[in-house]
Design a binder for this molecule. Structure first.
Ligand SMILES: *Cc1c(COP(=O)(O)O)cnc(C)c1O
Length: 456
């Protein structure tokens, strides 16, 4: 068998391989409800290639073993993380993307898809209100989008060779910022963590006082990172106040909207974000709630030329572009890049604005419903305006949070509910993310009942 599809006639082997593989995938999805979010056990197929290649029939059997050992995001009880089931159209988008095998590095390797990415980024920028000069680039995950934003901000501030340069973020900021510190050759204390208030939002007066102290020590600052949707409780930092501060001090404002940014797509939900339009850059992760197949993240910037001024090196091996546009490889850290915007585009088109709005609103409705069912005389519940909540026993003398959380997480799993167990402010919480559209109110009733009975 020829392992490459014929460029001259219909490749019947590929045709039937795709047909069978898709059919197996549909079966896997269809049985997800009767399984649990996690496999009880699994066997790995043989890992290394043998001397001789194996036929498609065997490949499909081995593939099935991997599928059987996979996490099932579409199970209604899969509520642990920001990993919803994939939109049907986005599955197809990912498949076609692999078949096209274009490269977003340069236009000549992805003529239509490069243009599609630019237009989609611009559409997101308009939804966020980022203005005429705005644009963006897709990245393989929010960690990368945040890193690129910080590198760009530091460049614009002219501090790229200052290892003691500082940026600010709340104490509840995402771990990707710490990775950025390491990658950027900064000191650990370059990330100045600002305390949060009782709702988990960055405390602006602490920001001001820490900033003053840093300045008096002679250190230079290059960015404030505001989080729109923190990882444990979905808190949204006070964006317009932070923005005012940044404008006054002339500092770059990056909004890590990996969780919350997507709520800008509906006028009903965009209000919870507040003040995004004046950010210099924003991370948005359509993979986290909309169900765009992983990975799908965008870095959107108010002034697109800042991306190329930070990352452009010249691409001597690609034909130059006419006009103002830059090759994808000139706009970020990644070189060769898959056309992730294809599955984003097709997913958004499948949903339409109404479908998008429904996903956003339903996620918040499920969160509010679950919150209303959890017994607040037994639990401290923490949650912002978004679709995630976390809870821990109020009575932490008889219920040590670590014992309770381990025991309860395990017993919920036997009832096919998967929650996560974050450590927050020195206590363990259980966290539920309501991004799974297959979760019904009936499921949540059952879940709340189990939670309420986890302490006596
Ligand atoms: C998930 C997340 C990120 C990182 O995104 P990845 O796609 O996992 O790299 C960054 N910030 C926040 C707030 C997140 O929740």
């Amino acid at each position: 068998m020829d392992p490459f599809a014929s460029p001259h006639n219909l490749d019947r082997q590929l045709h039937s391989l795709l047909g069978e593989a898709s059919s197996n995938l549909c079966d896997w999805l269809a049985e997800s409800g009767s399984q649990g979010p996690m496999p009880s056990s699994f066997d790995l197929p043989e890992v290394f290639p043998k001397k001789e290649g194996i036929p498609n029939s065997v490949l499909l059997k081995e593939l099935q073993l991997l599928m059987n050992g996979s996490f099932r995001p579409s199970h209604p009880g899969a509520l642990a993380h920001l990993d919803p089931p994939p939109l049907s159209a986005s599955i197809v988008g990912e498949l076609i993307c692999a078949g096209l095998n274009n490269n977003l590095l340069a236009e000549e390797l992805s003529p239509s898809l490069s243009l599609l990415e630019r237009k989609l980024c611009k559409w997101f920028c308009e939804k966020l209100g980022l203005g005429n000069l705005s644009g963006g680039v897709a990245a393989s995950g929010g960690s990368l989008s945040n890193l690129m934003a910080l590198v760009m901000a530091r460049n614009i501030a002219g501090l790229e060779s200052d290892p003691s340069a500082v940026f600010f973020a709340s104490e509840d900021c995402h771990v990707s910022l710490l990775k950025a510190v390491r990658i950027m050759g900064l000191k650990q204390e370059s990330l100045q963590k600002v305390p949060t208030d009782e709702k988990g939002k960055l405390n602006i007066s602490y920001l001001k006082s820490i900033f003053k102290k840093i300045k008096s020590e002679g250190k230079k600052c290059f960015a404030v990172v505001a989080t729109a949707g923190t990882t444990v409780r979905g808190a949204i930092d006070p964006l317009s106040e932070i923005d005012q501060f940044c404008k006054k001090e002339n500092i770059w404002l990056h909004v890590d909207g990996a969780i919350g940014g997507i709520y800008c797509l509906s006028t009903i939900t965009s209000g919870v974000l507040g003040g995004l339009a004046s950010a210099d850059s924003i991370t948005v992760n359509p993979q986290k709630l909309l169900g765009i197949a992983k990975t799908s993240s965008l870095l959107l910037v108010a002034n697109k030329s800042h991306l190329s001024s930070a990352f452009s090196t010249g691409l001597p091996y690609a034909e130059p572009l006419t006009g103002n546009d830059s090759h994808g490889g000139e706009l970020g850290i990644q070189g060769t890049r898959s056309a992730e915007s294809l599955k984003l585009w097709i997913g958004l088109r499948q949903l339409g604005e109404d479908g998008i709005e429904k996903i956003l609103l339903d996620s918040i409705k499920r969160k509010c419903y679950l919150e209303s069912l959890i017994d607040s005389s037994k639990f401290r519940i923490i949650s912002g305006p978004l679709h995630l909540l976390a809870f821990t026993p109020l009575d932490n003398t008889s219920y040590k949070s670590s014992d309770w959380s381990i025991r309860t997480r395990r017993s919920l799993l036997t009832s096919k509910f998967m929650l996560s167990r974050p450590m927050y402010r020195n206590r363990y919480y259980l966290k539920a993310v309501m991004g799974n559209p297959n979760t019904k109110f009936e499921d949540l009733k059952l879940l709340a009942n189990l939670i309420n009975h986890s302490i006596f």
